[in-house]
Design a protein around this ligand. Structure first.
Ligand code: EPZ
Length: 416
């Protein structure tokens, strides 16, 4: 097991480049199952979850490659089974369900377990696919799905589920007739998936809004596509500049997709300025605590909740964070408290009282974004912070210690 050591107190200065978006690349890789011919993807981040997705494509009968940030996939002999030992390591594997039903008319996908941040059910995925003619049986921890050719349907989601919208978009692309998705997720990564599907010949309109129309087609063909930059990685580095009182130029930053985050950071006293080659970020005077509520896009993203909490820990005054998306996404609170943070929890509400300084200590990562918040707090803290279980971090941040060291951070990896 590896751990990350962060020696805080250094204002970060320089340029940092954002990698491709994990949460766009994962569904796009699963959508490759729909294509006849070769798909060539660029700007694919080198992350654990990407390697896992490529391994799943191999198991499902594709020829894949991954060189640098370029990945390819070509269906050779499709098989319907996504095994538990792989699905349990990455919940997003459930995104192969829609493509397998659309392509094969059958799927045997292990039910993704919960994870640290919540139960993470997939009932909305299954209900939508049933409306398109699929039938499901849950047995021995597997979702067994069967369908003839899927039929277009008018589906209204109870909740704008990101994964549910993505599974239905992929299924509808090859279905017979028109599908309308209402109360669909508006996340930029969902939009990127829809744009990728259209590049393969799908007929999707309305992506990025809560009503998406899909006109089913007979087949999709391979294409070349560049994955969008990662807005959550970008947001994490904006906070890194502010929390260390440094100044960064964040290159390839999808700033338009970060409106809710930039609004709150500016309210806290962070200076953000769009330049020709990226976003300039630094403090604009003293930092102040603010009130944040996580919402579906375009509201404040739950994936930035732990990171802005770390910043609030060192701001003046009191801030609050209400986590409305996941039922258990405050695992970082007790770890931040070990660094001297003053946070009190009341159900899904966290009250953060700013402190003068954080002091390094051994802490433990519990999930991807919690580990990012511990790195941020460590960068601001006096002394050394030892972060264990950093395999969580490696799921979503490409070369994080290399990128942060290049702008002055004292951060390195050691074996525990
Ligand atoms: C995606 O997860 C992201 N993962 C998550 O990012 C992100 O936090 C989440 O969207 C919300 O933005 C990927 O894209 C791979 P949801 P997903 O379906 O699709 C409930 C990260 O850190 N729900 O919108 O699982 C669910 O329990 C990860 O990069 C149902 O009840 O999110 C949750 O409370 C973490 N039934 C809420 O909706 C369903 O059928 C949001 O889930 C589906 C979801």
């Amino acid at each position: 097991m590896e751990k990350l050591i962060v020696e805080g107190g250094v204002p970060l200065r320089g340029r940092i480049r954002v990698s491709g978006a994990k949460n766009a690349a994962l569904p796009i890789l699963m959508a490759c199952l729909l294509a006849e011919g070769k798909v060539e993807l660029s700007n694919v981040p080198r992350l654990r979850d990407i390697h896992t997705s490529l391994r799943l494509l191999d198991i499902l009968g594709c020829e894949t490659s991954f060189e640098g940030n370029d990945a390819t996939s070509e269906v050779t002999n499709l098989s319907p089974e996504a095994p538990y030992e792989l699905v349990k390591t990455m919940r997003a594997s459930v995104l192969c369900l829609g493509p397998l039903l659309a392509r094969l008319g059958e799927a045997r996908v292990a039910l993704p377990g919960g994870c640290a941040i919540g139960a993470r059910p997939v009932d909305l995925h299954l209900k939508g696919l049933e409306r398109m003619g699929a039938e499901f049986e849950l047995t021995e921890g597997y979702i067994l799905g069967k369908s003839g050719r899927l039929k277009g349907a008018h589906i209204t989601f109870d909740f704008p589920t990101v994964g549910g919208t993505e599974n239905l978009l992929m299924a509808a692309s090859l279905a017979e007739g028109e599908t309308i998705l209402e109360n669909a997720a508006r996340e930029p990564e969902v939009e990127d998936l829809a744009n990728f599907l259209n590049a393969m010949g799908a007929k999707i309109t309305g992506q990025g809004t809560s009503v998406i129309h899909v006109e089913g087609v007979e087949k999709l063909t391979g294409c070349k596509y560049k994955v969008m930059p990662d807005r959550i990685e970008a947001g994490t580095y904006l906070v890194a500049a502010a929390i260390t009182n440094g100044e960064l130029l964040v290159e390839d930053c999808p700033f338009q997709e970060l409106d809710a985050v930039s609004y709150k950071l500016r309210e806290m006293g962070v200076w953000l300025e769009e330049k020709a080659d990226g976003v300039l970020v630094k403090r604009n005077g003293a930092l102040r605590g603010v009130d944040v509520v996580t919402q579906p896009h375009p509201g404040f993203p739950t994936d930035m909740q732990a990171q802005i909490m770390a910043l609030m820990c060192v701001a003046e005054g009191t801030g609050s964070i209400e986590e409305k998306i996941f039922e258990n996404r405050f695992m970082h609170v007790q770890e931040l408290a070990r660094l001297g943070a003053n946070i009190s929890l009341k159900g899904r509400m966290a009250i953060v009282r700013g402190v003068d300084k954080l002091v390094g200590a051994p802490v433990m990562a519990s999930d991807l974004r919690a580990s990012a918040s511990l790195v941020l707090a460590g960068l601001a803290g006096a002394g050394k912070t030892h972060i264990s279980r950093i395999y969580h971090l490696d799921r979503g941040y490409e070369r994080i210690e290399e990128k942060l060291s290049a702008v002055g951070a004292r951060i390195w990896r050691e074996n525990e």
